[in-house]
Design a protein around this ligand. Structure first.
Ligand code: PLP
Ligand code: COI
Length: 363
């Protein structure tokens, strides 16, 4: 039986930001720095399943020091955006895909699966409470962060029997300081792997990001914006960046992206590749080595590369740097196919182009 719609208990924030404070934040939101006035919270227990759905003032979560998440990292999250269209309406992109991915992440991390209906209801609730926080300047949105973690106080190592699901939201401009279309540099990590065979690489779980941080710090130290990981077994196949997928463009217009069981299946990547296929371009999801990239750029066969993800949208890659070699150059301009796919995707997301795939959901 399909779960019935949840009845959320709503308590509004008496200390919500004033319109003036909010407008000031929305004028220059940055990324992940400011949060809206409310959050959504749904409890789960092994005995009672999902219960007590609430919208409450944004604020600290009280946790027992023995809460399992603090010790064993049993946690998952999602990332998506709400877009304001010209008529003022608020939309999100393929939310059922995020709901399904969160269910896959939950299975891998021994957490309960939140039904898709509840997931979408929770997005509608946060927008009902905080819709005024969706900015309207070009390339801005409200970044929505659903997450779930083990709240049970118990130091034995087993799946927790008490779990909470939350949704918070944060007004967002471009993820990278240079803006949306300024090409980035990436650092090839040869010391660290992000995920291994049979591990949790395909789940959106905090541990994957924790394990990427020292490599990301190395990227910053080397003047790069993101870190690129290779496979952990042979250290030669491309996997993904710290927080986004990667796509290479060949001179005949073919798009090549790594196939791997240990990377996140990006919804942005999936959508971009579908738009490319609609244009009659060839798309290959296969294993691809760092040498293929290096030789392809040297011979002129590989003409563009980009990063893609909810936060990054589609961001051109100018340069790959490692301790031993470089691919491309820091001042390389953004590729034309990269820019035109980015434009097509964002036109759909912001309601400037017909949504022929039925990807948009009104919140
Ligand atoms: N890979 C990683 C590690 C990510 O964190 C993200 C961002 O969520 C992606 C890929 C891209 O996924 P999506 O396009 O669904 O946002
Ligand atoms: C997202 O794009 O939603 C992510 O989770 C990636 C992170 C770099 C913010």
């Amino acid at each position: 039986l399909a779960p019935t719609t949840l009845q959320f208990l709503r308590s509004m924030n008496p200390e919500a930001k004033s319109e003036m404070e909010r407008m000031e934040i929305l004028a220059d939101p940055g990324f992940g720095k400011h949060f809206t006035d409310h959050m959504v919270d749904i409890c789960w227990s092994a005995r009672g399943s999902w219960h007590r759905p609430r919208v409450q003032p944004y604020g600290p979560i009280s946790l027992d020091p023995a809460a399992a998440v603090l010790h064993y990292g049993q946690e998952i999250f999602e990332g998506m955006k709400a877009y304001r269209h010209e008529d003022g309406s608020i939309w999100t992109f393929r939310p059922e895909k995020n709901a399904e991915r969160m269910q896959r992440s939950a299975r891998r991390m021994a957490l309960p699966e939140l039904p898709t209906e509840y997931f979408i209801d929770s997005l509608k609730e946060i927008i009902k409470a905080d819709g005024a926080w969706v900015p309207s300047e070009p390339d801005t949105s409200l970044y929505i962060r659903p997450f779930m973690f083990a709240k049970e106080s118990f130091l034995g190592v087993r799946p927790a029997e008490k779990v909470n699901y939350y949704v918070i939201a944060s007004p967002a401009g471009p993820y990278f300081a240079g803006g949306g279309v300024v090409p980035i540099s990436i650092w090839l990590s040869t010391t660290y792997s992000r995920a291994g065979k049979g591990g949790t690489g395909a789940a959106k779980t905090g541990g994957n990001y924790a394990s990427s941080l020292v490599a990301q710090a190395e990227a910053y130290d080397n003047g790069c914006d993101q870190v690129l990981f290779l496979d952990s077994e042979e250290n030669k196949y491309l996997e993904e960046l710290g927080g986004m997928n990667i796509v290479l463009v060949y001179k005949d217009g073919t798009l090549v992206t790594p196939h791997s069981d240990s990377i996140l299946e990006g919804i942005t990547r999936d959508s971009i590749l579908e738009l490319a296929e609609d244009r009659g371009l060839k798309v290959e999801r296969r294993r691809v080595t760092i040498d293929e990239w290096r030789e392809g750029v040297a011979s002129g066969d590989i003409v563009e590369a980009f990063a893609c993800g909810t936060a990054a949208v589609v961001t051109p890659i100018a340069l790959v740097k490692s301790a031993d070699f470089e691919i491309g150059s820091a001042d390389a301009p953004a590729g034309p196919l990269t820019l035109s796919l980015r434009e097509e995707l964002t036109d759909i997301q912001y309601g400037r182009r017909e949504d022929v795939h039925g990807w948009m959901t009104r919140l």
